[in-house]
Design a protein around this ligand. Structure first.
Ligand SMILES: Nc1nc2c(c(=O)[nH]1)N[C@H]1C(S)=C(S)[C@@H](COP(=O)(O)OP(=O)(O)OC[C@H]3O[C@@H](n4cnc5c(N)ncnc54)[C@H](O)[C@@H]3O)O[C@H]1N2
Ligand code: MOO
Ligand SMILES: [Mg+2]
Length: 646
């Protein structure tokens, strides 16, 4: 539960509190969200910088408040000093929150442009400044509710989970610490402030300390797969828009604008069949063939002379005055002639039709496929390899289109034991061939993403740090996917490197799933990082479960279309359940009745990348906890995530 304190900044109300109308209004909208927020206290103070600063400081110090809201003093009046009082107190500004508030208010009134809110993080609290009018205060606050709880959970240092929601986590957590930093764990490195850069709350091991002092329990709360996806969803930056050529390189991009046609398709009355353009004549009957119109005809359409017909090909413009087109199959040549080029041509043709010919039969009217000003593709449309979107865009003569930019992915294997076959011909000791980098590069490219190969990085802290830095700064990477080094070993360096050396945020560091438990997700402002487990099957499963949805979201797919599709499948064999929810690699086939049926790919150990070989789905097996039997029998129907084609 997030604890809120509301401070009314108003000379008038501080003299006569009965004049205040903001406290009841804001209380009401907070009470509507009583599952997440509780209003712990209110105060009313005059528009004085020192009063504002001391009130905020004392609230933050004394009452374990998560969110301090001020109302009033954000305008252009000479006594309006709230922003000037609050800004110096903030450790980190949150211009995004300010922008959200102003943006929403501007939709309601242009007066919003005269509000000067500030927002940011102070210690473990978030402070926001609302306008003094009850209506404005409520509108501003409402506008940021969609992301406020996530912002609070990050600010209070509990990663993805707020104080209250951490109760939710406790359900899936093992016995150790959740959400909050525990001050009674002197050796686990949790709760320390970083001494450089902003005040993030590091929880990973301090690598300068001896191995005897490292944490013996993971300090990261174990969150569920759905919670992890929610955190990713809330963290992915808004994609940028760029203009790109319309061609096959557009596959996988998402259209960033509504696209309207500037032309009619067809642009002229066109024949749908190879045949004869006829007037409103009587049939069956014989007519003179007066002209020919081909589909590539450059000539503007001629007029149909009375009682004559014109031979037309499919797609050709029909002459003005055409009533309908009769297919060639319903006609006979009655007589021929030799034309000016010496070629034998039709002179008279018998139209052998008994049934009524209707006006417009076999004619496409101008704009009947696409009409000028038609919305042809709406924002959010994905360009697929089916070809339909590219075809439609090309059919209206467009050359370029605005799309959401796709993130550029850097892929790095970590580990002293990991060897690239191009640099070595045989293995010694505990060495292993690098399989994660090739498999992940393949999976990224196969999903139409651009990849930078960041090679193999040894388990040396400053090497890992500098490789990550360089990938973002010199190699233009937006998101790094590493494998290895995220679990409990003394050479598992990724988490401390993100948090301590690079001052990044780890949004989650453990997920209740098999395989993939130590999956780690972090960010450095607008740059993201996934630390996938080193075990090769774990790396590929978590790639499909978390990284791919993240990449799809960052490429502009909507919040309800970024996850991989799921299907219901019938189990072709019995499956043993694990205490962790398991993502079994499976081969999903369509049987003779069209039903989907799933078989395991065999031994599921997370080191065995062969468990991903032939897999096109991940079976979502529930945890064995709370099940009547640890076996899910053949024939049961469960959900599967499709990771490849049927
Ligand atoms: N005490 C605990 N130990 C482990 C836990 C735990 O909770 N407590 N979790 C286990 C789980 S689950 C997994 S998954 C692994 C994750 O390990 P790391 O991500 O730290 O990876 P490494 O230790 O670096 O390597 C694990 C394994 O994978 C091989 N590997 C690494 N990179 C590659 C590569 N590029 N290609 C092929 N194989 C690779 C590596 O040689 C190791 O065999 O931790 C468990 N331990
Ligand atoms: O959770 Mo780890 O990925 O099995 O083996
Ligand atoms: Mg390890």
């Amino acid at each position: 539960m997030f604890r809120v304190h509301l401070i009314i900044v108003s000379d008038t109300c501080s003299k006569d509190p009965s004049k205040d109308r903001v406290i009841p209004a804001v209380s009401e909208i907070i009470n509507l969200r009583s599952d997440e927020y509780v209003l712990k206290g209110t105060s009313i103070i005059p528009d004085e910088k020192t009063f504002i600063q001391s009130e905020i400081s004392s609230v933050a110090r004394d009452s374990k408040i998560d969110l301090i809201i001020t109302s009033g003093g954000t305008g252009f009046g000479v006594r309006d000093v709230t922003p000037e009082a609050v800004a110096p107190l903030l450790d980190r500004q949150a211009p995004g929150l300010v922008q959200m508030m102003i943006q929403e208010s501007l939709k309601i009134t242009p007066m919003a442009a005269l509000s000067r809110p500030v927002a940011g993080v102070m210690g473990k609290c978030i402070v926001i400044t609302l306008p003094g009018s009850p209506k404005g205060a409520c509108e501003n606050l409402t506008s940021i509710f969609p992301i406020l709880s996530h912002a609070l959970s990050l600010a209070c240092g509990s990663s993805a989970t707020p104080h209250g929601v951490s109760q939710k986590l406790q359900n899936v957590n093992s016995s150790h610490d959740v959400g909050h930093h525990k001050h009674n764990h002197p050796h686990n490195g949790a709760c320390e402030h970083s001494h450089k850069g902003p005040k993030f709350y590091n929880r990973s091991n301090d690598l300068s300390r001896p191995v005897t002092e490292r944490a013996r329990q993971s300090p990261y709360p174990m969150i569920s797969v759905d919670e992890a996806l929610d955190v990713i969803n809330a963290t992915v930056p808004t994609p940028r828009v760029e203009e790109r050529n319309i061609d096959q390189t557009l596959i996988g991009y998402v259209i960033a604008e509504n696209i309207y046609s500037t032309v009619n398709v067809p642009g002229y009355r066109a024949s749908i069949v190879d045949g004869y353009a006829v007037g409103n004549y009587s049939f069956p009957n014989t007519y003179d063939v007066s002209d020919i119109s081909h589909a590539n005809s450059l000539a503007s359409s001629t007029r149909l002379e009375s009682n004559t017909i014109v031979r037309v090909t499919t797609g050709a413009p029909v002459p003005n005055g055409t009533f309908a087109v009769i297919p060639v199959e319903s006609t006979y040549v009655e007589s021929s002639r030799v034309d000016s080029n010496g070629k034998e041509e039709e002179a008279r043709v018998f139209i052998d039709v008994d049934e009524i010919v209707k006006e417009g039969d076999n004619i496409r009217e101008p704009g009947s496929d696409v009409e000028i000003n038609d919305l042809i593709l709406s924002e959010g449309t994905e360009i697929t390899a089916v070809g339909g979107e590219i075809g439609l865009l090309s059919s209206v003569g467009l050359r370029t289109v605005n799309v959401y930019r796709k993130p550029i992915i850097g892929i790095m294997s970590t580990g002293d034991e990991v060897v690239d076959p191009s640099s070595c011909s045989s293995l010694i000791g505990g060495q292993v061939w690098d399989s994660n980098r090739p498999s992940l590069i393949t999976a990224c490219k196969g999903n139409n993403f651009e990849v930078v190969d960041l090679g193999i990085v040894e388990d040396v802290a400053n090497r890992l740090e500098s490789s990550i830095r360089q990938a973002y700064s010199k190699r233009g990477v937006d998101i790094i996917i590493t494998t290895g080094g995220v679990s409990m070993g003394e050479l598992d360096l990724l988490k401390p490197t993100i948090e301590r050396a690079l001052n990044g945020i780890i949004h989650f560091g453990r997920v209740a799933m098999k395989p993939g438990k130590p999956t780690t997700f972090g960010s450095f402002g607008n740059k993201l990082i996934f630390g996938l487990p080193g075990n090769p099957a774990s790396a590929l499963v978590t790639f499909h479960l978390f990284v791919l949805p993240c990449l799809r979201l960052w490429s502009g797919r909507s919040k309800n279309r970024y996850k991989l599709p799921t299907v219901k499948v019938k189990l072709g064999e019995a499956f043993y359940l694990d205490p962790r929810p398991e993502y079994q690699r499976a081969k999903i086939l369509q049987n003779d009745d069209g039903c989907l049926i799933a078989y395991s790919t065999g031994r599921q150990r997370s080191s065995r990348v062969g468990s991903m070989y032939t897999a096109n789905g991940l079976l979502c097996l529930p945890s064995s906890t709370n099940q009547s039997s640890p076996i899910l029998p053949e024939g049961n129907v469960i959900e599967a995530i499709m990771i490849g084609p049927l």
